[in-house]
Design a protein around this ligand. Structure first.
Ligand SMILES: Cc1cc2nc3c(=O)[nH]c(=O)nc-3n(C[C@H](O)[C@H](O)[C@H](O)COP(=O)(O)O)c2cc1C
Length: 362
């Protein structure tokens, strides 16, 4: 397959946090920046039509601190996607990603998302148009296959078309999707993970940056995959246990800065909470990403209770978050990285089933 040599845009992105509807909004991304500065962060999916016709401040607004950040687009019209990509760049996004992975009914009716895996030429046209219009990396997030179109011949032809169109990287959710019969949620757990097929895809396209996604729950696993593919994208684990990202800058990116403690991450978020509360942002939206920070460690229950009870107080603000922090056992608040996991403070109960915590409305 002919790779357009020398035209590849952007640095490699060894680690990213997946686009997740209802989760990866600006508040979540801002909070994560207290844990990792280097990990690539994605927006929720926004349709090209919404970008072109909707309230851009609400849909696209974000802070420079969140960078590097990617806008994920949904759509099936190359010209509109290209226009939306131009808007994304004007709003400060570092990259644009096309969603070819979401299997929900609402998305299929619009003929985009995972069903586009059956239309390789259209997806290639979209990539070519976006890349021609916007001077940033253009990437595609897709599945291994859909329905009966679930063999490597199809997958490799699909990706070959993207390569010819100039795609800068692909992110493969390493399972197929069933377009009928399974809900979006089931489509994230029922079809088995097949990371080895992503590794084979990389071997077939050595000049293409290939990232794998699905079921990665810790940095050890991510580092292991990084020996065989160019990047790893973490989804649910990053919302259920965000502190797993605290060691990412050191372990994945080789930074020398010390691993932040939970207290440091929350403290870095306080001025943002204050500004957002003053601007009228609901408390629940601001603390949603912070609540799971204590997952599996002592003090988690009181932390969760204090923060959720704040929703009933009109004046809930940074002071409440600071008070919840002050109430934590020191070894939890102030111990960084996996030191805690080795220490006595660990009180892991049974892990909640990830599928029960969250629901994709897309
Ligand atoms: C709540 C939720 C919302 C999601 N929304 C999107 C989305 O907007 N766009 C997308 O490409 N994938 C979406 N996904 C899929 C994730 O990006 C990811 O591919 C999937 O969860 C597998 O990775 P994981 O096992 O690490 O979670 C969503 C997943 C979840 C759990």
């Amino acid at each position: 397959m002919g790779m357009e040599r020398g035209t590849r845009r952007g640095p490699p992105r060894p680690l990213s946090v997946a686009p997740m509807m209802d989760w990866t909004d600006r508040h979540y991304r801002r909070f994560l920046r207290g844990l990792t500065r280097r990990t690539l962060l994605y927006s929720e999916m926004v349709t090209a039509n919404a970008v072109l016709l909707g309230d851009r401040e609400r849909l696209l607004g974000h802070d420079d601190v969140e960078r590097p950040v990617v806008l994920q687009l949904g759509g099936d019209d190359p010209a509109r996607l290209a226009e939306a990509a131009v808007v994304a760049v004007a709003w400060g996004y570092d990259e644009v990603n096309l969603n070819v992975g979401c299997p929900s009914d609402r998305v299929q009716r619009g003929r985009f998302g995972a069903c586009l895996m059956a239309e390789p030429a259209l997806v290639a046209d979209a990539v070519r148009a976006m890349r021609g219009a916007a001077p940033v990396p253009v990437t595609v997030k897709h599945r291994l296959g859909i329905d009966e179109l679930d063999h490597d011949a199809h997958l490799h032809a699909f990706v070959g078309g993207l390569v010819a169109a100039g795609v800068d990287r692909v992110v493969v959710h390493a399972r197929k999707a069933w377009l009928s019969g399974l809900s979006p949620k089931q489509n994230r757990s029922v079809p088995p993970l097949q990371h080895e097929r992503v590794v084979a895809l990389k071997a077939a396209f050595p000049g293409l940056r290939v990232e794998t996604n699905g079921g990665v729950r810790d940095l050890d696993t991510a580092l292991d995959f990084l020996r065989r593919v160019d990047g790893v994208m973490i989804g649910r684990a990053a919302i259920e246990d965000p502190y797993l990202l605290a060691e990412a800058d050191q372990r994945v990116f080789g930074d020398e800065r010390p691993v932040p403690t939970r207290a440091e991450a929350v403290t870095a978020y306080l001025p943002y909470v204050e500004a957002q509360r003053a601007a009228g942002t609901p408390w629940t939206a601001l603390v949603k990403p912070v609540i799971p920070l204590l997952r599996g460690v002592r003090g988690a229950r009181a932390w969760r209770r204090t923060l959720t009870e704040g929703a009933t107080r009109r004046d809930a603000g940074p002071e409440l978050l600071a008070a919840a922090l002050a109430a934590l056992p020191d070894e939890v608040a102030l111990t960084s990285g996996s030191a805690l996991a080795r220490g006595s403070a660990l009180a892991r109960g049974p892990a909640p089933a990830p599928e029960r915590l969250i629901d994709c409305r897309a």
